[in-house]
Design a protein around this ligand. Sequence first.
Ligand SMILES: C[S@@+](CC[C@H](N)C(=O)[O-])C[C@H]1O[C@@H](n2cnc3c(N)ncnc32)[C@H](O)[C@@H]1O
Length: 220
Amino acid sequence: MPKSVQIFNKISDHYEKFNFVSSLGIEKFWRKKLKKFVDGKNNLILDLGTGTGVFTEEIRDRGIIIGIDPSLKMIMRGREKREFIKFVLGVGEKLPFKDESFNYIVSAYVMRNLDSVEITLSESLRVLKPGGKMIILEFFPPKNIFFRFFYKFYLGIVIPFFYKIFYEDSLPVKYFSNSIFTFINVSEFLGLLNKIGFVKIKIVKNFFGISFYFFGEKSG
Ligand SMILES: C[S@@+](CC[C@H](N)C(=O)[O-])C[C@H]1O[C@@H](n2cnc3c(N)ncnc32)[C@H](O)[C@@H]1O
């Protein structure tokens, strides 16, 4: 079982509320952008690290959606809320799908929680159809030194303080902050996509570079 799964099992009941409040509602706008990037109606789409499935809310009319995640509790919560997703228990490092199955793989805030980003990206490339697209949304620390300082203080001190008042344990949110500040940087992540073999790689920056969309295709 991946290391981060215990954390997500623990916070599954209030995961979506926590995301909304801790991002002051902003991350909802980034999620909504996904709709612009997924074309057509008859796709087979994999949501990698789907959690409760919230990322695919906006693209539910774009085809069949399969969500994979190793956290049983996140999946159970998702099943109650989102009947349109076919949930599968599993990890990105060993996708239980045939080669060249999917038109799209989408994945939000998962990369820095993986045991191996490299293996998961290779697996993703394997199960994408030729011409299929990978779309990743991920947090990164901002480059601006002042904003970075404020952001680190907000995520590492302010949020855990309030979280502890409501939920009596600040560990899960400290994990959240650490995972952002200890993950590889944007250029390293782009290098990895390139090394694994994705083509037509692009990025879109969100809100002063605290999150990015990454796009890559399987050559076809
Ligand atoms: C921050 S949550 C994101 C959930 C969802 N994608 C969203 O947009 O809200 C990260 C998710 O990654 C999942 N995860 C952790 N390790 C994983 C792995 N090795 N393979 C796939 N998913 C993993 C966790 O269980 C968790 O549900």
